[in-house]
Design a protein. Structure first.
Length: 487
């Protein structure tokens, strides 16, 4: 069991059904709400990856023979265990990541929905057939597992993002190695314990902690057949290129710069509520966070007045406090990076309407930073172009919808974008013309449910088949076409 609060423990690798002491140099895991060390984590080397890949491969050879209806029984039990331990997992997550408990619970719920969807694998994995494709010849397609799959995940959703991957991979008959973010290893350790408790055979699911060295070893290991990655765009590109060169199938989800467009006919009260959640929920550490606010025409004045009122009242505090609306950033280093963007915004001439640095604490008291809103941001400024991944909202004013769409489409990213309007024609035109994979209409965080794909475009995604939805079943299976004739 992992304590939700502050005892310092040393993490282990989970390989071949056992928790293995790593004997590797240890690195601190922080509680961002207190600035204190709560655990120590070893980083895997190439030889650890080799051991895990071999164990996973042996397990795969047996697991692929288990009928899919039996395989999903483990996931049904896992879902029950996750439901039972939802609050405990959310507390661990909130403690090591810094997002509020309510937000953490929501993300665990989203993870559970992935498991629920994967439980339908007997129907999802079916192929199709056609009698008499030529005289006396029938043809059918079947789907088979690909082998050992690996997942490499970011710090911001340590329960949900791995569940975009392994429930589908395992239900399809593959084995899996997870390399979670080294910043938040406690949540994936607890969810692995629960999966073992659900009765998954040894070696089908493995967890290796670590950084670039472990990732790079997975990308080139001959027994690893498929790589699922979620993280920043430069690393996503590296993962995509390296794994592809080594003959693996890859889905690599990258970073984002998401625009929220507000028309003057929008319901301002409700829109601002959604914009607050989008820009400052999880302290802006979401790939679906709105980070550029685009008021169209006359929308700017009423929108910004309401937004500033709400921003000044936003309660920043410890993640587990009931009254907290925005927790700290994940690490001191990440907070310094976000602050450097705020400094850059000021240098480049943007106008801070409120400055989060005024609500900062010392690093040994937690990694807090208040919300920042910059007005009169030009599209060529750094804060309008680059992913900041913190509670910083840049306002770029435009004159009409066409200019808004051109602004959004000029971004090298294409993860998500939202429009706020009461006009159906504007909404329809926006959804049709905008170059992004997920579009919200009066929705601030347009996160697709488990049965739809998470479908970023441009530099927000490298690959072909996206995460979850039906894409996941295609990604984690090979297709075979069988033609048969009986003499
Ligand atoms: P990150 O890219 O720093 O790390 C992601 C994973 O890659 C981690 O497991 C890390 O250990 C590993 N890694 C880091 N640097 C590496 C390197 N040089 N070589 C090989 N592996 C490396 O991302 P993060 O800071 O953990 O997460 C935040 C980022 O993730 C943001 O850019 C965010 O937009 C993105 N994200 C995207 C999605 C999406 O669905 N598109 C979802 C969540 C987060």
């Amino acid at each position: 069991m992992i304590a939700a609060e502050t005892t310092v423990r040393t993490l282990k690798f989970f390989v071949n059904g056992e928790w293995v002491e790593a004997h590797r140099p240890l690195h601190p895991v922080m509680n961002p709400s207190t600035g204190q060390v709560i655990a120590q984590v070893p980083y895997a080397t190439a030889s650890d990856v080799d051991r895990a890949a071999n164990a996973a491969h042996r397990a795969f050879l047996a697991w692929r023979e288990v009928p899919v209806v039996e395989r999903v029984q483990v996931l049904y039990r896992y879902k029950d265990l996750l439901e039972k331990h939802q609050d405990e997992v959310a507390r661990i997550l909130s403690t090591e990541n810094g997002k509020t408990l309510e937000d953490a619970r929501g993300s665990v719920r989203r993870g559970i929905q992935m498991v629920e969807f994967a439980c339908g694998m007997p129907a999802l994995m079916m192929g199709y057939s056609l009698e008499n494709v030529a005289r006396g010849i029938d043809s059918q397609t079947i789907r088979q597992p690909v082998g050992v799959c690996a997942g490499i995940t970011p710090f911001n959703f340590p329960a949900m993002v791995p569940m975009w991957m392994f429930p589908f991979a395992i239900a399809c008959g593959n084995s899996f190695i997870l390399k979670p973010s080294e910043k938040v290893p406690l949540t994936p350790a607890r969810t692995a314990e629960l999966l073992a408790e659900a009765g998954l055979p040894a070696g089908v699911y493995n967890v290796l902690h670590g950084d670039k060295e472990a990732v790079d070893a997975l990308l080139v290991h001959p027994l690893v057949r498929a790589i699922s990655f979620v993280g920043s765009s430069p690393v996503a590109r590296h993962v995509y290129e390296t794994a592809a060169v080594h003959g693996k199938r890859v889905q690599a989800l990258g970073g984002a710069k998401n625009h929220l467009v507000v028309m003057s006919d929008a319901d301002m009260e409700k829109s601002v509520e959604a914009i607050m959640g989008s820009a400052f929920g999880a302290a802006g550490e979401r790939c679906l966070a709105g980070s550029v606010l685009v008021p169209v025409g006359d929308a700017a004045e009423p929108l910004l007045a309401l937004l500033l009122d709400k921003t000044s009242q936003l309660r920043v505090g410890p993640a587990l406090d009931k009254s907290t609306e925005m927790g700290p950033l994940v690490t001191a280093a990440h907070r310094r990076r976000v602050i450097s963007y705020i400094e850059k915004g000021v240098q480049e001439g943007a106008m801070p309407l409120c400055d989060g640095r005024e609500r900062m604490t010392d690093e040994n008291e937690g990694f807090y930073l208040g919300p920042t809103v910059f007005d009169h941001v030009r599209p060529d400024m750094t804060i309008a172009r680059e992913e900041i991944f913190g509670p910083v909202l840049s306002v770029v004013r435009v004159k009409d919808l066409d200019q808004a769409i051109r602004l959004v489409n000029s971004s090298p990213f294409g993860n998500t974008t939202s429009i706020f309007t009461t006009n159906g024609k504007s909404a329809r035109e926006y959804a049709s013309r905008v170059e992004a994979g997920m579009v919200g209409i009066n929705v601030g965080v347009a996160a697709p449910m488990a049965f739809f794909p998470f479908s970023g475009w441009k530099n927000s995604f490298f690959g072909d088949l996206h995460a979850h939805g039906r894409d996941a079943i295609e990604f984690y299976t090979e297709q075979k076409v069988v033609m048969s004739r009986w003499f």
